[in-house]
Design a protein around this ligand. Structure first.
Ligand code: FES
Length: 163
């Protein structure tokens, strides 16, 4: 398995040091798998396969169990995430008012599909169900900020605010 740490043993140990600290806090207890995953993701931003293998070893669990939990819960991510998370609402009100045109414009501008991350790790884009601001349809969120009543021409300016 390729390691995101680079090749040398020393790099690997440095790379794994934050994980070792997390594991220490939980004393190798299997029931703590989810909090261990949460804390580890907090440290690394995502949960690459080599980290999952270390967690499995640290908690004496099969890799398949750890992997199964990570893929079951949407809060966990196997791939790096962008610095900014763009959520584009595809709920009914937003869809009716042109949400898919907004999504298309983001795809064109960022050069990625939904659920992908730009190469420079600036943006991750997701299409989501109703985010509870239907009065502002079509609406998106960037991180914690809501942008509503959008037309496709608004998209470049929104992206520029977060670059
Ligand atoms: S449908 Fe988009 S906010 Fe409700």
């Amino acid at each position: 398995m390729d390691c995101a740490c680079g090749n040398s043993e020393q790099n690997k140990e440095e790379y794994l040091a934050p994980l070792r600290e997390v594991l220490k806090n939980y004393d190798g207890k299997q029931k703590d798998l989810i909090p261990v995953l949460q804390d580890t993701q907090e440290e690394y931003g995502y949960l690459p396969a080599e980290i999952l293998a270390e967690i499995a070893a640290g908690l004496d669990l099969p890799f398949s169990r750890v992997y199964g939990v990570v893929t079951f819960y949407s809060q966990f991510h196997l791939e790096p995430r962008g610095e900014n998370i763009i959520r584009i609402c595809m709920g009914t009100a937003c869809h009716v008012r042109g949400g898919s045109k907004i999504l298309e414009k983001f795809k064109d501008e960022l050069g990625i599909e939904a659920d992908e991350t730009t190469e420079d790790l600036k943006f991750t884009m997701e299409s989501v169900a109703c985010i509870g601001a239907c009065g502002l349809a079509p609406v998106i969120m960037v991180n914690d900020n809501t942008h509503g009543r959008l037309v496709p021409d608004d998209v470049p300016e929104i992206i520029a605010q977060y670059e």
